[in-house]
Design a protein around this ligand. Structure first.
Ligand SMILES: Nc1ncnc2c1ncn2[C@@H]1O[C@H](COP(=O)(O)OP(=O)(O)OP(=O)(O)O)[C@@H](O)[C@H]1O
Length: 254
């Protein structure tokens, strides 16, 4: 630990260091810096246009920063890797809209996700071995879809599709997982189920949840980073950031 008590560069799972991204002179990210610890779950909130998507695009290799660096696991400079390489390094990203294979069963979706995991050379194997089958069964249990394993993914509810997609990322064992608005469009019961699922996953890997739903973020009970105009406006427990006058102004002033 450093004297300030903040996680140091080498101890962080993710170290975003002074990242700036400009689009035609407009700074979507403006000297953005934050860290995520190994095994930490972090919520990132911010009004529309705050830079949340651009932040994920930079970390996952889709957009190159004009300035600054993103360091993974202490020594991997993500700016030197493209999107496919970032996935192989162990960073998963779930986009807002579920993109499951609707005409395949729930089980087959998870099997396809395992087979697409190039890190384990799984694509070389035609048939599922016992270990992979066990992994799929355990994942089905975790995402609450054991009873749906043989249903077509297209027949699932919106919430169940979101959980399936989270499962498709989990079978690839990412060390850092980005979830973009995972509860958007979910029923209250599905949102509660997602809180339980994420709590169950907490500690195993680093998870960054980007969300607009404040009640959901509150229920997660994790440290919150507030983005505004491409920078960190506030950071801390939800109760603390919610009562921060600068955060209130940014949200109410719109
Ligand atoms: N390719 C682009 N070209 C020009 N401007 C862009 C581009 N991508 C993003 N921006 C702008 O950068 C700013 C940040 O956008 P970004 O999508 O990262 O915000 P966000 O926090 O994800 O917003 P939302 O909550 O609405 O999804 C916005 O003002 C947006 O209009």
């Amino acid at each position: 630990m450093t004297v300030t008590g903040k996680a140091s560069y080498s101890e962080s799972q993710l170290y975003v260091d002074g990242v700036t991204v400009s689009f035609d002179g407009f700074k979507a990210l403006n000297n953005l810096s934050f860290t995520v610890d190994p095994g930490e779950m972090r919520a990132i909130i911010g009004p529309n246009g705050a830079g949340k998507t651009t932040m994920m695009d930079v970390i996952t290799g889709k957009t190159k920063p004009d300035e600054g660096r993103v360091i993974f696991k202490g020594d991997i400079d993500l700016g030197k890797h493209d999107e496919a390489a970032v996935v192989e390094l162990g960073i998963g990203r779930k986009f807002q809209r579920p993109s499951v294979f609707e005409n395949h069963t729930v089980f087959d979706n998870l099997e396809l996700a395992i087979k697409s995991d190039r890190r384990t050379f799984a694509c070389l194997f035609d048939r599922l071995d016992g270990a992979r089958r066990d992994k799929i069964d355990a994942t089905l249990e975790r995402i609450g879809l054991t009873a749906e394993r043989d249903r077509l993914a297209g027949q699932l509810s919106h919430g169940q599709k979101q959980w399936l997609e989270i499962g498709m990322l989990l079978v690839q064992d990412p060390e850092l997982l980005f979830l973009d608005e995972p509860v958007a469009g979910m029923t209250d019961a599905e949102t509660e189920g997602t809180v339980e699922l994420l709590r169950d996953l907490q500690g195993e890997r680093s998870i960054v949840v980007v969300e607009h739903d404040m009640a959901f973020v509150h229920a997660l009970g994790v440290k919150v980073t507030v983005l505004h105009e491409g920078s960190v406006l506030a950071e801390g427990p939800m109760e603390q950031v919610q009562s921060d006058p600068r955060v209130i102004e940014v949200y109410l002033g719109r």
